[in-house]
Design a protein around this ligand. Structure first.
Ligand SMILES: [Fe+2]
Ligand SMILES: [Fe+2]
Length: 365
């Protein structure tokens, strides 16, 4: 049984939702505006799901979402929207909402979405625990000089443990495989090296590239795991994985994790400015991002996924070459083509003979 906080200024909507959710076997609490919701959330010992209206007197749903998020309680916040505006959804997601439901709420859909939200709330608890462990680690490093020294000594193993854990978190959330992220790391490092990046940078890019999609842990299950095509609005939320990844990784001082943050934010930008989240063009895009996007796309093209078959390796090279100056940075593509002799064997060994001639568009592009 979940505890659901229903926030809406309309008493009839609250009553209808409360009755429906009660019939599903969950407990409900009601609030008539954002401020009341924040007060309830800070005093209740447990709230699993918040259903949050947007337009309300005293405090709107966006601000209330932001304030509830800052309380760091492991509740899933679902925003109730009555308009079709991407802008509202984007604002809600930026404020910390996990999902949204269209008003008037369809009871059948509500039941499924609550089930998904409950699954996500378990995940939230795990994520909060993980975040607080990270917090206490960085506290030690700032406040205690001697611990700081010990940590510098142990920095290498700490960093590799942390990278391993972050990789695991990414994998738990997304159905991408460890092999994919590992190959993207290897290929990105190879390209960075061939492009003449200094040794430290090459290592950092190689270690950081596998975390490019870490931000998907912030995308709601109903979108991330949806088997059907995403709607335009769902796409907008999906694209936010770049910003989430950046937010998660940018809080660490380690150079590798700073690089990982840059990669997370920029790995869907396109050379021609048609990418996301910022629509940057050419050299405005961080080099790390320009490298990882080539490695990531090539890997996705030539290896099979649960939702698509793979293309032949030579087709993958042709495709990357044809998108030089459009999707991809020409210098990176040049390095990629130069390194064909080294890249091809690694893929041949694993995927030769498994090539298929049909392909569905990769979801993320
Ligand atoms: Fe991505
Ligand atoms: Fe990827």
């Amino acid at each position: 049984m979940a505890k659901v906080l229903i926030v809406d200024d309309d008493p009839i909507t609250r009553a209808v939702l409360s009755k429906g959710i009660g019939n599903m076997g969950h407990e409900t609490i009601q609030a008539s505006n954002g401020l009341e919701a924040v007060q309830i959330a800070s005093r209740e010992s447990r709230i699993d799901i918040v259903l949050m209206d947007v337009v309300m007197p005293i405090m709107d749903g966006i601000e209330a979402t932001r304030q509830i998020r800052s309380l760091e309680i492991p509740a899933v916040i679902m925003v109730l929207t009555s308009d079709d505006s991407n802008d509202t959804i984007r604002k809600a997601v930026h404020a910390g909402a996990d999902d949204y439901l269209n008003k008037p709420v369809n009871q059948g859909q509500l039941s499924t979405r609550l089930d998904l939200a409950l699954k996500a709330s378990g995940f939230y608890r795990y994520r909060n625990k993980f975040a607080s462990q990270m917090e206490s680690l960085s506290d030690v490093s700032v406040k205690d000089g001697s611990s700081m020294e010990r940590m510098v000594e142990k920095n290498e193993s700490l960093l590799s443990d942390l990278l391993g854990t972050l990789n695991l978190v990414a994998k738990m959330r997304d159905n991408q495989t460890y092999e994919h992220t590992a190959r993207v790391g290897w290929l990105s490092g190879l390209l960075a090296k061939h492009m003449g990046e200094p040794g430290d940078e090459v290592v950092a890019i190689g270690l950081a590239a596998p975390l490019h999609d870490l931000g998907k842990i912030g995308v709601p299950d109903s979108i991330l795991l949806k088997p059907d095509k995403l709607t335009d609005r769902e796409w907008e939320v999906m694209k936010e994985h770049t910003v989430y990844g950046w937010k998660l990784l940018n809080r660490f001082s380690s150079g590798v994790l700073k690089t990982a943050a840059t990669i997370a934010l920029s790995h869907h930008e396109r050379w021609d400015g048609k990418g996301y989240p910022r629509g940057l063009k050419g050299d405005e895009i961080a080099l790390e991002g320009r490298i990882v996007t080539v490695a990531d796309c090539f890997d996705v093209i030539v290896t099979p996924r649960p939702y698509k078959k793979s293309r032949p390796i030579s087709w993958g090279f042709d495709e990357i070459a044809s998108l030089s100056g459009k999707q991809f940075c020409p210098k990176t593509v040049e390095a990629f083509l130069d390194m064909r002799q080294e890249i091809e064997p690694r893929y041949r060994a694993n995927y030769e003979g498994k090539e298929e001639d049909t392909i569905e568009p990769e979801r993320e592009r």
